[in-house]
Design a protein around this ligand. Sequence first.
Ligand SMILES: Nc1ncnc2c1ncn2[C@@H]1O[C@H](COP(=O)(O)OP(=O)(O)OP(=O)(O)O)[C@@H](O)[C@H]1O
Ligand code: SF4
Ligand SMILES: [Mg+2]
Length: 374
Amino acid sequence: MSESDLLVDVRDLKMHFPIKAGVIFDKTVGYVYAVDGISMQIERGQTYGLVGESGCGKSTFGRALLQLEEPTGGEVYFDGVNLASLKGEKLRTQRRHMQMVFQDPMGSLDPRQTVEQLLLEGMKAHGLTKTQDARERLVGLLKAVGLPQNSLNKYPHEFSGGQRQRIGIARALAVDPQLIVADEPVSALDVSVQAQVINLMQDLQKEFGLTYLVIAHDLAVVRHISDRIGVMYLGALVEESSADELYDTPLHPYTRALMSAVPVPDPVVEDSRQQLLLAGDLPSPSNPPTGCRFHTRCPWKQNTKCDETRPELRAIQVEGASKDHRVACHWAEQIASGELQPHTVTAGAADPSATDHDHDADSLFGAQSVTEAE
Ligand SMILES: Nc1ncnc2c1ncn2[C@@H]1O[C@H](COP(=O)(O)OP(=O)(O)OP(=O)(O)O)[C@@H](O)[C@H]1O
Ligand code: SF4
Ligand SMILES: [Mg+2]
């Protein structure tokens, strides 16, 4: 990849939130390691899908990347510029190129503002209403996101969920950004509307040459829109590759478990395929397991290395894996070759610090007892 193709370059990004205690003195008694050393790159005009279960740090990563919160460590280079070197007005100007679309369009749109006011807000802040015919631009934006022209004087509550997400996307587009970070952009929408919004995002990407980071807990959402996919577990990437290769050749035990939870349309294949169900809940990011963070739930965990040394994200030489396919597992080669086979893991036994994240209902990973099922 040449330098000019690279729009986002994240190096060892960390976001640790202090846990405070004490009534009079705010004493830091620990940290939530929400994002704990993520390096990744996004090429211009491409879509990077970031998946992982609830509470693994996806949104925190998105916010840290956009410098909406100052990261604890690491760097983000945007179009070759280290964002940490920008302060005040320079950072504000740069923000125009990096916009965010949120999961809950109702919560992220001010209910007292009309669509026109909502769209103009960002444009005014970046001086875009001075240089061009704002009205013409607003009409163009509505057309681009498929909203009726009479929408400008209406309020968010007058729209359906899907239409509100279109308003959210139009608002991001209003300032002519290069990168859009879409945090669970369709999770709050009916399944029938989800595909429409994903298709719209793809059309807009082509029309405006946008680069996307799409965050989702649902593999099905990122599958068709992404060029590359990163799988996140407890604040770190455990696997990363092109979207097709991740589905064809998942290498990490966690990714394999996620894949096996996605139903296959062919009933014959569906009946015969191997399903791996994950044990227990995601451990607490304030007390992450030692060594490989997945070891408390991993059906391939070995007695050496797994609970001692944190595995690096590395390329491995196995059939079907190209050199930009990276995986963080000590035993990835042996698992890929079949030399190591999965075993049963008992939910909760290994990890007393499991949290009660409210993700049972909507997550891909809701199974409580675990094991390998035929
Ligand atoms: N401002 C904050 N202060 C303290 N802890 C935080 C803060 N923001 C997030 N966290 C914690 O960091 C962890 C990661 O949260 P985050 O919202 O990034 O997860 P997520 O992957 O986006 O989850 P979801 O799929 O539910 O949106 C969680 O344990 C969360 O409680
Ligand atoms: S390093 Fe060990 S515990 Fe971690 S994913 Fe690989 S086999 Fe499982
Ligand atoms: Mg989130």
